[in-house]
Design a protein around this ligand. Sequence first.
Ligand code: FEO
Length: 168
Amino acid sequence: MNISKTMQDAIGEQVKHEFYSAYLYLSMAIQCEANTLPGCANWMRLQWQEEIAHATRLMDYVARRGGRITLEAVDKPPSAFGTPLKMFEQVLEHEQSVTAKIHELYDMATSEKDHATTAELQWFVTEQVEEEEQATQIIDTLKQIGDHGPELLVLDRQLGARQAPAAA
Ligand code: FEO
């Protein structure tokens, strides 16, 4: 059964949000690099790649269900984010807003009785738990160690150790 136009267009909106997320994290990576925090930059670049993978996964899903996404303009992200703590607080806030959008889509799929889309979105519901958890852990660490000094460099090294997940 083909995907409904309403569901297709709503997922198309989400594709735009995922590309915006990618752009936002790339902008954060640029600030990390400018502030000589290469580990933070690595973390943000991996996040950028993950967001592109999210957008692509949704696009491909719609195509497999006989639909077609129309790409829309992506907003310009901010270019300054303040201290590392403030930056990661913005990451968490952003992910919380994405979670809310995913839940709206999930509710829409449920009310349409579109079980295939509900199943597909379940992956995103779980992914959002991980996204929020990661940002929260980094915020908690930054609150403990402060925004500068040698301990920040230790955290930066840890963020630099993040690797891209193995291809599914
Ligand atoms: Fe695609 Fe970070 O949510």
